[in-house]
Ligand binder design. Structure first.
Ligand SMILES: NC(=O)c1ccc[n+]([C@@H]2O[C@H](COP(=O)([O-])OP(=O)(O)OC[C@H]3O[C@@H](n4cnc5c(N)ncnc54)[C@H](OP(=O)(O)O)[C@@H]3O)[C@@H](O)[C@H]2O)c1
Length: 406
């Protein structure tokens, strides 16, 4: 009888919906304990009242066990430009405890997710790549910031804040916590760990200082310069005393590069008919360092404008990620004539430098010597649009998704 009472009373009389706030009195009793759990299974927020501390603890523990978990699912492999409709929202339930048979796992509540261009190649079937394809029908994954709710791993405990690989969902069971970094500095916005204090920041640092071997006074060109990586590379180069020009895809972004990030000059590559002529205008004496984020026609034009013994750090080629057949690059022979060193790199090879990077960047942030711009989409529902927006330049600065600000 009590089971049926809870069932009928909750499902038939209350007409409950996921996400609703439910209060149950006498919540540890025969009917109440079931009503609370039915509500949790449906994904409601449930509070119960009970007449003693023991009963309260019991109710809290039982009811916290399973919660609904919204997720972003890849529908199918993608070709061409990604669309919002390539992903869909789904919901399952998750136990807020690491499984007893997993001595390594960490359970995270995801707070911020990072939208990154390399996620596009993961939407197609990859072979022999440094990253794995997403699985159609499953949640996609990427870098994010989360709070540890439970941990079987000795390196993490409940309440820790971390950044690293997680799922595009509200809660994630991370079974490879070696990819997580514990957050030590919490007197800066937590979302920064998706960008300036996370993977893109490390990319800018490693790419500029370790790959470009920059020197004061050199001429530096940065493409996709207003984005997560580019805005930092430009500022690092300015701090070193270089002459820095950036390219970006709108007038507002160009204004930002000059007025907010302190670039010496900037131009809108979409308005330039002849990129070679544009680069000659901005670099009459040529380019010493090119920080490559876009590839394609821009790279070809840069090769014509490099100086003797110039360096090109090949960070990314976003203009190529949605093409079935990559564009060719014609001017590679300049590497020989001008003794240019062109080197690709992956940030993952440089994470051992993360503590050194933090030592440099945290004071820069606090002293206002480096400014940082984020573009935040609110809520997991808006994550697919934010991600696909990268490929048409919708983001103004680092694209973040705020899943929960708790
Ligand atoms: N090697 C590594 O380990 C590593 C790590 C992180 C990132 N990356 C690479 O670094 C680059 C920048 O990444 P991010 O996170 O800083 O991204 P982001 O710049 O914040 O966002 C991407 C930007 O790329 C520009 N863009 C899009 N399509 C383009 C096209 N066809 N031609 C020219 N520009 C285009 C857009 O800006 P506009 O409005 O200016 O067009 C867009 O805002 C990407 O290529 C990424 O893959 C590499």
């Amino acid at each position: 009888m009590p089971g049926l009472t809870a069932y009928v009373g909750f499902f038939e009389i209350c007409s409950p919906k996921t996400g609703e706030h439910v209060f149950v009195s006498a919540a540890s009793d025969a009917v109440g304990q079931l009503v609370g759990q039915f509500a949790k299974l449906l994904g409601c927020h449930v509070v119960g009242s009970a007449g003693s501390r023991e009963k309260f603890m019991y109710v809290t523990l039982e009811m916290a066990e399973r919660v609904s978990n919204k997720q972003v699912i890849l529908n199918n492999y993608v070709s061409g430009f990604p669309k919002e409709s390539d992903m869909s929202m789904a919901s399952n339930t998750i136990e807020l405890k690491v499984p007893e048979d997993d001595s390594n796992a960490v359970l995270l509540k995801n707070l911020y997710l990072s939208c990154d261009p390399y996620m596009r190649p993961r939407m197609q079937k990859l072979e022999g790549s440094y990253v794995e394809s997403f699985k159609p029908g499953s949640p996609i994954s990427g870098y994010g910031v989360g709070k540890v709710l439970d941990s079987a791993h000795e390196g993490f405990k409940k309440g820790d804040l971390v950044w690293g690989f997680t799922g595009w969902e509200e809660y994630s069971l991370v079974t490879t916590p070696q990819s997580l970094f514990k957050i030590q500095h919490t007197d800066v916005p937590l979302s920064y760990y998706t960008g300036i204090l996370g993977m893109p920041g490390m990319t800018a640092y490693a790419g500029f200082y370790e790959v470009c071997y920059p020197k004061a006074g050199e001429y530096v060109f940065v493409s996709a310069a207003s984005g997560a990586v580019g805005q930092l590379v430009g500022q690092f180069a300015k701090l070193l005393g270089c002459y820095v020009v950036g390219s970006a895809g709108s007038k507002d972004k160009v204004d930002f590069l000059k007025n907010k990030f302190g670039f010496d000059d900037a131009f809108n590559y979409k308005e330039e008919e002849d990129l070679n002529a544009a680069l000659k205008r901005y670099f009459p004496e040529g380019i010493d360092i090119y920080f490559e984020n876009v590839g394609g026609k821009m790279l070809d034009a840069v090769l014509l404008n490099m100086r003797l013994r110039g360096r090109i750090a090949v960070c990314g080629m976003i203009s190529q990620y949605n093409l079935d057949k990559p564009e060719g690059v014609c001017n590679v022979m300049n590497l020989i004539f001008k003794r240019i060193r062109m080197e690709g790199f992956l940030v993952s090879d440089y994470y051992h430098l993360y503590p050194k990077y933090l030592e440099m960047i945290i004071p820069y942030i606090k002293e206002g010597k480096v400014v940082y711009v984020e573009d935040t989409a609110e809520g997991l529902e808006n994550a697919p649009a934010a991600l696909v927006g990268l490929f048409s330049g919708q983001n103004f600065g680092k694209q973040v998704v705020a899943v929960s600000r708790e």
